[in-house]
Design a binder for this molecule. Structure first.
Ligand code: SF4
Length: 460
């Protein structure tokens, strides 16, 4: 979500006539888009701002903008700690970046943070703003902002606000426009995509009018999946408590929806899941997974797991190992618990787990998930897979990198040069825990997106 916001800020500033440059010394404006989900985000921010003070002082008129969820959370603190910052804006007023920069030029530093995404009854959906897309054959499309859940470790609800769904027609329209520009792969983006549309139905009910049956996420997947030109549809993130059979059926029945489900487990212990307020049990999680695999036998499953949540006992952790082994994940993002100010888990200090115990658990979990990943990847050797080319492999001449429909990274040899966004087939020759290797076979479709030609800055 933050990366997508960065694209939009860049798009807005380019629409105002600014050009992006690769060297800090060439820049007149630097925007730091912060993410407080990252560990030590504030230390990194203030360290960087300290360094940027010299940059700013060395040329008249230079400006610094701090955006993102850390500024949303800390509000006035940023300018109190770094007075040389010109503009501080939050997650709900990205659309004001250019105006605030202009304002600060004549009026001095400004902080503007909105508490909610609604202004004058108009929800300002990020994707409605121009975006400067970094890779143009694929694109993120925001379908929902905010989150109504209360996961004990998570800062998102307090920095991104309540859950608001974007109108389905607007989403499909945006996907059509992207397809017209040559985009072939879209990733639908929301904090909890399975609850997409609930607020739209509720709002109509409360308004007392005729309640139309609002398209929910499964319908959205089907509608986006049939937009001409879109070959791959992905989404992130689903929530196991809200995942229903209709979404699994929509995935299985819509050919462009990829055979990949990122399905965050977080813990295999029901006791820890309850402490986290996740709203499901390990059993329910595994049942849905079995349902997804029954509907799509070749689906890849990836997950997020937190190790060392406050109060996690050895017994709890062993359950996580057991569930991870049973789930047979293709890959796992394993996070060591670290408290985020403003979350419930950060207050559970007396139950914090010793760092040495967490490190040991982290290693044991890695062994389990790498084992399943390696077996799954080795089993793909000899298969012909559809890939989309990401680009040349910088470390090996004559090699490229691509993604399969299962979202697996493939390093492959090719005698012909291939442009990013090319669809082709690769024969898989080897599986490793985190990637596949193969040999390029044939081009299926050339890319049609417009390629950005870098603009040279006069005098450089
Ligand atoms: S559902 Fe996701 S975004 Fe929402 S509170 Fe839980 S972890 Fe955070």
């Amino acid at each position: 979500m933050n990366e997508h916001d960065s694209e939009r800020i860049a798009g807005l500033l380019e629409a105002e006539g600014l050009l992006s440059v690769s060297e800090e010394s060439d820049a007149d404006v630097i925007v730091l888009n912060t993410c407080c989900i990252r560990e030590n985000a504030d230390n990194k921010l203030y360290g960087t701002l300290g360094h940027l003070k010299t940059w700013k002082d060395s040329r008249e008129g230079r400006q610094i903008v701090v955006a993102g969820c850390l500024s949303q959370k800390d509000k006035d603190v940023v300018q109190a700690r770094a007075k040389w910052v010109d503009v501080v804006l939050g997650t709900h007023n990205v659309h004001r970046t250019a105006e605030l920069l202009e304002h600060s030029r004549s009026n001095g530093p400004i902080t503007e943070i909105y508490d909610e995404a609604v202004e004058d009854d108009h929800v300002l959906f990020p994707s409605a703003l121009p975006a400067r897309r970094e890779t143009t054959y694929n694109a993120w499309v925001t379908i929902q902002i905010g989150c109504d859940n209360t996961c004990a470790y998570c800062i998102v609800p307090s920095v991104r606000g309540k859950e608001i769904s974007r109108q389905p027609e607007d989403i499909v329209d945006e996907v059509r426009r992207l397809a017209d520009l040559g985009v072939t792969e879209v990733t639908l983006l929301g904090q909890n995509v399975n609850s997409y549309g609930r607020d739209l139905t509720l709002a109509e009910r409360q308004a007392g009018g005729d309640v139309r049956v609002r398209p929910l996420f499964a319908d959205l997947l089907r509608n986006v999946g049939t937009v001409p030109g879109i070959k791959r549809v992905r989404y992130t993130s689903p929530h196991p408590k809200d995942m229903k059979s209709d979404v699994i059926a929509a995935m299985a029945e819509t050919p462009s929806v990829c055979e990949h489900l990122h399905y965050p487990l977080q813990s295999g212990s029901d006791r820890v899941l309850a402490l986290m307020h996740r709203g499901y049990t390990a059993q329910r999680y595994l049942e849905r997974l079995a349902e997804a695999r029954a509907a799509m036998p070749d689906i890849a499953i990836t997950t997020d797991i937190i190790v060392g949540f406050p109060g996690e006992t050895e017994e709890d952790f062993v359950r996580t190992l057991e569930v991870a082994a049973e789930a047979n994940f293709d890959s796992t993002f394993t996070f060591i618990f670290s408290p985020r100010d403003g979350t419930e888990a950060a207050t559970m200090t007396e139950h914090f787990v010793e760092p040495s115990v967490i490190a040991d658990r982290f290693d044991r979990l890695r062994v389990v998930v790498e084992r399943s990943a390696l077996l799954l990847h080795e089993a793909r050797a000899g298969r012909i897979e559809e890939i989309v080319v990401e680009g040349p492999n910088r470390k090996r001449d004559g090699h490229f990198t691509g993604r399969t429909r299962q979202n697996k990274l493939v390093h492959f040899a090719s005698q012909q040069a291939l442009r990013p966004g090319t669809y082709g087939t690769v024969e898989i020759t080897r599986g490793a825990p985190h990637f596949l290797e193969g040999i390029f076979r044939e081009v299926l479709a050339e890319p049609t997106h417009r390629v950005r030609i870098p603009v040279a800055v006069a005098g450089h």
